[in-house]
Design a binder for this molecule. Structure first.
Ligand code: AHM
Ligand code: MG
Length: 329
């Protein structure tokens, strides 16, 4: 067992397993850890920002107190842009591609991220998270939107940081899913959950039932069925938190397309794909109801998608309801 091992050491051990590794990826990931720690620190003192602001402490440079999601966005960009490992970034908080400034070196990877997911929970002390996805840049030349439009199965790495009762980082590079808990006293992520396997089937369903009137009949019938079967409802409203709980305990999370959101609400590249990569690596499943999430060929950066994700048997069961619905049309 390697429990307690610092993430930086764990990454080096993983790197040694790959014979031709150059260390570039490990360098990129180490930069990301710095960003994660900066955001974690800021999230943890979120409730103090106004108090400190009023006391004049946070505005010594005359800067406006930033919204936390914008802060997280710029913390990641600033930490990652000069590392030399990336050729560009894309963020849920930014309309277009984020280029690497001309005077900085470039690398062969692209980073996609949702800097602070669960924005409606930021001000109310409920868990929120950062989600990230790393892909390779295939072509030479200027980084463009089309470089980011790869199916999720081509991800090199995906993960999230959850800012909860403790801060945890969960990631996969396609060799299982590992979880690390931040020990604030030493400022290190320490291995706490090695090789996470998701229960085959759970007893939890997570969906915003306030949307019932907009649901298609397949969703209606599936949710009725899980209730009949004694499932419990758990819906925090932060995707990362709902996903993390289901990953460890088993269960299903749904944000399906409906009459109001024909394409679903969640973003394919910043939310669905990274979590789909993780769930599959942990033995679970993710789909739109009709198509495996990781197979979708994206058309645009901020594309939305229907998402059904969780324990394998639960998602397969839900897909039957979507197939019946399609057959009835
Ligand atoms: P955000 O990226 O603006 O925070 O929106 C994504 C969030 C997810 O974290 C969460 O699962 C979902 O939106 C909740 O949406 P709703 O309030 O419609 O249930
Ligand atoms: Mg989000």
């Amino acid at each position: 067992m390697r429990v307690g091992m610092p993430l930086t050491k764990f990454l080096l051990e993983e790197q040694r397993r790959l014979p031709h590794s150059t260390g570039n990826f490990t360098g990129l990931f180490s930069d990301l850890l710095v960003a994660a720690k900066i955001i974690s620190r800021e999230v943890n003192k979120a409730g103090l920002i106004n108090i400190l602001g009023e006391a004049g402490y946070s505005n010594v440079q005359g800067e406006e107190v930033q919204k936390l999601d914008e802060y997280a966005h710029s913390a990641i960009v600033k930490t990652m842009e000069h590392g030399g490992h990336l050729s560009g970034m894309a963020s849920e908080e930014n309309k277009g591609v984020i280029k690497i400034p001309d005077n900085y070196p470039r690398g062969g990877y692209l980073l996609l991220f949702d800097p602070l997911d669960g924005s409606s929970n930021i001000d109310v002390n409920i868990s929120i998270g950062t989600i990230f996805s790393i892909i390779r840049k295939d072509s030479a030349g200027e980084t463009e939107e089309k470089d980011f439009l790869k199916a999720g199965k081509e991800q090199v790495c995906a993960g999230y940081i959850i800012y909860g009762s403790s801060t945890m980082l969960v990631y996969t590079t396609g060799f299982g899913v590992h979880g690390f808990t931040l020990d604030p006293s030493v400022g290190e992520f320490l291995l706490s959950h090695e090789n996470i396997r998701m229960p085959e089937k759970g007893k939890i369903y997570s969906i915003n039932e306030g949307n019932t009137k907009n649901w298609f009949p397949g969703t209606q019938r599936y949710i009725e069925a899980v209730k009949e079967n004694g499932y419990s409802a758990r819906y925090v409203g932060s995707l990362v938190a709902d996903f993390h709980r289901n990953l460890l305990k088993g269960g299903i999370f749904l944000y399906p397309s409906d009459r109001k959101n024909a394409e679903g609400k969640l973003r394919l590249l910043y939310e669905a794909n990274p979590l789909a990569f993780i769930v599959e690596q942990a033995g679970g499943r993710a789909s739109t109801g009709k198509e495996r999430t990781l197979e979708i060929k994206p058309r645009k950066l901020h594309q939305r998608t229907s998402l059904i994700i969780g324990s394998r048997a639960d998602v397969e069961e839900a897909e039957k309801f979507w197939r019946e619905e399609k057959a009835a049309l």
